[in-house]
Design a protein around this ligand. Structure first.
Ligand SMILES: [Zn+2]
Length: 309
């Protein structure tokens, strides 16, 4: 029976490829627009006290970019003031909705999934929403994104020129840990979460529990290729899609993540004949294919695989 175990997610938690696509989507629509209003509906989402969100009003959007899993909306005032940034982390259940015409209904505090709404001078705008009851969505208003501690401490961007196979080797050797944990650590490599770390390890034919200090140059190169390959493919699949379509597009392309009990799609895209297994933790789970990744042996799962019950 599902539902009694750990909190389950359907693979739609946004990571680097989805955030990159959302930032591109927003850039194409918002740059050049003047902010007319910023309404905060969920006070707990706002993580900064000063500057106030109202100080964004009257400023023009000059850019939208991404840092790890963060979206950074940059605004400039007419005068020679410093830029002001609206920086957003969608967390597990947050999302961005674009409106060609922002709804006229007034924003009410804490009554809906709505966390924040921004209206521009042409009537368009966007809403930040968060499903469920766990409030994790985070909004910061800052004069520099580096004032957000989680951005200041981000590790290397995996699709940047700075991410090399040599650097990956150094990161693996720096501390003995499980490779799945290293991939998800935002302070080591930015932007990879539970879904794409599963996909990367499947593509690299590696157990998620492989100790990072056991990697030789050949395995390091394979992992490097999988990181860059999986993320680049996902970024290309997501780019240009409307915000509303990104979650479905992501789910369609996953090979093991959130596919427990379904046929493995194969590390090379050719179904291997095995079914996807999972290891459950207190508040998450990972998926993998024994045939592709662990020599056919199921990994130990203290809660026991749901497939064996
Ligand atoms: Zn497989």
């Amino acid at each position: 029976m599902r539902g009694a175990g750990p909190v389950r997610h359907d693979g739609t938690v946004p990571e680097l490829p989805e955030i990159a696509a959302l930032a591109l989507f927003l850039r194409e629509r918002a740059v050049g627009r003047v902010v007319m209003s910023v309404d905060v509906a969920e006070i707990s989402a706002l993580k900064t006290f000063s500057p106030q969100p109202a100080e964004l009003v009257g400023r023009r959007v000059s850019g939208v970019c991404r840092h790890g899993k963060w979206i950074d909306v940059t605004t400039a005032a007419a005068a020679d003031c410093a830029p002001l940034h609206l920086v957003v982390h969608l967390a597990r259940a947050g999302w961005l909705r674009w409106h060609d015409h922002v709804p006229e209904t007034p924003v009410r505090l804490g009554r809906s999934p709505l966390a924040l709404r921004v209206r521009f001078d042409d009537g368009s705008g966007f809403s930040l929403t968060e499903a469920g009851t766990r409030r994790r969505l985070a909004v910061h208003v800052v004069t520099s994104p580096q004032q957000v501690p989680a951005i200041a401490t981000l590790g290397v961007e995996p699709l940047s020129p700075g991410f090399t196979v040599e650097l990956l080797g150094e990161l693996l050797a720096a501390r003995r840990q499980q490779v799945k944990g290293l991939l998800r650590n935002q302070g080591t490599i930015a932007g990879i979460g539970n879904a794409y770390s599963d996909e990367i390890l499947h593509a690299a034919r590696l157990s998620p529990f492989t100790p990072t200090t056991s990697f030789d140059p050949a395995r390091t190169a394979e992992l490097y290729g999988a990181i860059v390959g999986v993320l680049r493919e996902a970024v290309e699949a997501a780019a240009g899609r409307p915000a509303d379509d990104l979650k479905d597009a992501k789910r369609r392309n996953l090979r093991v993540h959130c596919r427990t009990g379904l046929p493995c799609r194969g590390w090379d895209g050719i179904p291997c004949g095995d079914i996807v297994h999972e290891v459950a933790f207190a508040d998450s789970s990972l998926q993998y294919c024994p045939t592709c990744q662990t020599g056919g042996h199921p990994l130990a799962d203290r809660r026991r695989s749901r497939l064996l019950r």
